[in-house]
Design a protein around this ligand. Sequence first.
Ligand code: ZN
Length: 89
Amino acid sequence: MKNSNSKNPCKKYELAITSYVLEQKMNISKGKLNAHLSTCQKCSRDLQEWQKSVSVLRAEAHDVKPKSKKIRTGLLSQIKRKRTTADTK
Ligand SMILES: [Zn+2]
């Protein structure tokens, strides 16, 4: 298993897939990656998985504002309620 790195061509493509999905500079050309993806099921599945998780992350990042706004509004009304009960004491 020691030689698995040199024998496994997917190793260098794994990094390229990650870079490709994150729209970063790749260590190999896009053409080479696509050529490998068309012959390697494992890597094309890997790419799909990455694209899925990245799109989920992007959706969550997009959602952060309205969600936190709701939470803040909820917290604010709680604080206001507490204040008014404390004031009437
Ligand atoms: Zn592969």
